[in-house]
Every structure is written in structure tokens, then in C-alpha cells.
Design a protein around this ligand. Sequence first.
Ligand SMILES: [Fe+2]
Ligand SMILES: [Fe+2]
Length: 187
Amino acid sequence: MMNNKNNLSFFTVSFRTLKNNIMLSEKIEQLLQDQVKKEASSSQTYLAMACWADVKGFSGAAQFLYTHSDEERVHMLKLIKFLNERGSQATIPALDSPRKEFDNLKEVFQSILDHEILVTESINNIITVCLEEKDHLTNNFIQWYIAEQMEEEQLARSIIDKLEMIGSDTSSLYLFDRELATANQGA
Ligand SMILES: [Fe+2]
Ligand SMILES: [Fe+2]
């Protein structure tokens, strides 16, 4: 009986130690929670852009933006699940209504690029704090986001370059819009 008690307390202590090891620091928990909001905001922002493109007749760009919005929601969900698995409980944030009017397609993609650059800075900051706090688990998890950011920035830049080349040539713009429908497949 005595032995069983000792065994039980050993397992309790071991479990506590294990649980403490996987729990997030308050600072990293807050940064990840802020990132949930940023990804949610990206998803809503791109959804509003998709609506603009849809009603302006840019059906290819609309398809691109609807897909992009879905991808940002997946980014948010991955963070939410990570927070829940690491001893926290994710908070679902309230969001402001995103911008819904744009002058042209180039302005839409310039806004995307500007937004993605801010998101990349935010991810970089999370990595810096993970290194400072030696949180290798979160660092490993967040590396996927950095690779994703590089792809998204590169794609937005290449689309802006093409839109600059096209300028006011409406027939080229029509053809490029059709190309955009599948531009983020596999991204
Ligand atoms: Fe994202
Ligand atoms: Fe993004």
C-alpha cells in the first residue's frame, strides 16, 4: 500500500513537470493570441477584397482572393489548436469591418503586400522571443509561418509587377485576371 502511494505521487509529480514544460510563457501566449487576431483579420480583409473584385467583374482575382481568405483562416486555426494543446485556451477576437472600396486591382494587391509585410514582422518578433525564452517547441511550430510569409510576399510582388506592366491595357488585364484564378493553387 505504501509503495502504491509512493508510485502514485511519483507519477503526479512527473505529470506536473511534463505539463509545466509544455505550457507557454505568458508573453508567448499573448503574442500567439495576437497572431490569431492578425490571421483572422487577414482572412476578413481578403474576403472584403474578393467581394470588391467580384462586383467589379474581376472574377479571376475574386477567386484568388476567396482562396487566399480561406488560407488565412487555416493559418488562424493552426494557431488556435496550438494554443489549446499547450495549456491555454484561445480567445476568438472581435474584428473591425475591413476596407471595401479600392481604386483598381493594383491597389488591392499593394494593400495585400503591405499587410503581409506587417504580418511577417510580427512572425519574426515571435521567433525572436522564442529564442530569448528558449521555447523550441513554439519556435519549431512558427517556422512554418515564416516560409508561408515568404511565399505570399513573393506572389503579391509578382502580381503587382505584372499589373504595372499591363497598365491601362484592358485586354491584357482581362487575360491576366483569368490567370489569377489559379495563381495561388498549391501556395
Ligand atoms: Fe497568414
Ligand atoms: Fe498571409
